[in-house]
Each structure stands twice: as structure tokens, then as C-alpha cells.
Design a binder for this molecule. Structure first.
Ligand SMILES: [Zn+2]
Ligand SMILES: [Zn+2]
Length: 218
């Protein structure tokens, strides 16, 4: 089992590093794969996504770690969600995340539901006070729910883990890294999963099997 992180930011949004350095840092940390999922809305989606797709294509020829070009739809109006998800795909995003209703930002109410209604969404990031109905919907739509090591967003991890486990929705552990020191080793990611209340087996699933399964379907 090797580390797979499917939520990170480069300086194409508000991260610190170029995609190439971020990918290299992840490779040196032993990652099997890293998705670069910069923040997008309608102002920058056409600038960011094709460039991530371009550099990922180049890096994947020379790096051992797989680099996945993605996008995180962030604070977009609920009514725009569907259109922007489709646009992100069309522009070359292999992985589409929606910035969920974290309890530390004024994300539009209804964002979790709007994301879960789009079959093209892969991950609902930091969903905050996820409801059992939303977890059921995630399971049915095969959308992964995120446990995060990111400060602030991680406050609701225990809640998300419990509700997701009760619904048998799929969990994974991402960093939402904006700087290189925020990337995690496999052991550290396991601690995040266990800290959220998952047992050994469920934690291994969230850190290993589930992200691997998601990678395979891209
Ligand atoms: Zn950010
Ligand atoms: Zn993020």
C-alpha cells in the first residue's frame, strides 16, 4: 500500500508550488499518485484546468508517481454546479471535487446536495455536517466522501466518518495541501483516519483501497 492523495493545490490557485515541484515532492514522499485539484470557478476554470492537464501529461511520462489533473469547484453558486462540473470535465479534469460545506467557511447552503446530484463528481471534499441522507446519496452515486488533515476543515472529520460508516458510503483521506509540508506519509494518513474514529480495517480502506479504486476508474 502506498500513499494516494487526491486533493492538493498548486500556485495555479492558492497553493505555494508549481505543479511540477508539488508532484516531485509527493513522489519523494513515496506517493503512488497525487491529484492536483486547484480551486476553480467560472473566472479561472478555462485557464487552470487545461494547464494542469498539459503539465500532468508531461510529468506522467517521466515520474513514477501518477499525476492526476483535477479541479475543485469552490464556493460556486448551487445553481451553477452542474454546468461547471461538466465544463471542468470537458476542459480536461480527470478528477472533479466539490468544496463541500465545511463548518469553517460560509459555503452556500445546498452545496453538498448539489454536488451529490452530479454523477460526474468524484469527491465531495470536507462535507462538514453531512446528513445520513447525503451519505446514502453518496453511496448510491459512487461519490467519495473526504476526511481531511486540513486545519479547520478537519474539525468535522469524526462526524463525517460516523455518518459515512453508518451509510456504508466510501471514505478517503486527503490533505488539501497548499504547501509541501502539508503532504502526508502513509502512516500519517492512517493516523488521520483513526483519529476520525475508524478502526484499523476501515482506516486501511479509506487510505488504501478506496483511493486506489477511484484512481482505476478515471
Ligand atoms: Zn485553498
Ligand atoms: Zn481544497
Amino acid at each position: 500500500m502506498r500513499r494516494i492523495d487526491l486533493h492538493t493545490h498548486s500556485l495555479l490557485s492558492d497553493g505555494e508550488l508549481l505543479p511540477s515541484e508539488l508532484a516531485r515532492r509527493a513522489e519523494r514522499l513515496g506517493h503512488e499518485a497525487i491529484a492536483i485539484t486547484d480551486h476553480v470557478d467560472l473566472s479561472n476554470i478555462d485557464l487552470v484546468v487545461p494547464r494542469l492537464a498539459k503539465v500532468a501529461g508531461e510529468l506522467n511520462r517521466y515520474l513514477e508517481a501518477r499525476v492526476v489533473p483535477g479541479a475543485e469547484l469552490t464556493h460556486v453558486p448551487v445553481k451553477s454546479m452542474q454546468r461547471l462540473v461538466k465544463l471542468a470535465r470537458r476542459l480536461g479534469a480527470e478528477l472533479v471535487l466539490v468544496h463541500g460545506e465545511t463548518i469553517v467557511e460560509p459555503v452556500h447552503e445546498g452545496t453538498n446536495d448539489a454536488a451529490l446530484a452530479c454523477s460526474d463528481v468524484d469527491i465531495l471534499a470536507h462535507p462538514g455536517f453531512l446528513t445520513p441522507e447525503q451519505a446514502d446519496k453518496a453511496r448510491e452515486a459512487d461519490i467519495y466522501l473526504e476526511l481531511t488533515s486540513r486545519r479547520g476543515h478537519c474539525i468535522a472529520n469524526g462526524w463525517v466518518a460516523r455518518i459515512a460508516m453508518e451509510s456504508r458510503a466510501k471514505l478517503l483521506v486527503n490533505t488539501d495541501a497548499h504547501s509541501p509540508e502539508e503532504l502526508l506519509t502513509l502512516e500519517e494518513a492512517m493516523r488521520v483516519a483513526k483519529g476520525a474514529g475508524l478502526g484499523e480495517e476501515a482506516a486501511a480502506k479509506a487510505v488504501g483501497e478506496n483511493p486506489k479504486q477511484l484512481l482505476r476508474r478515471l
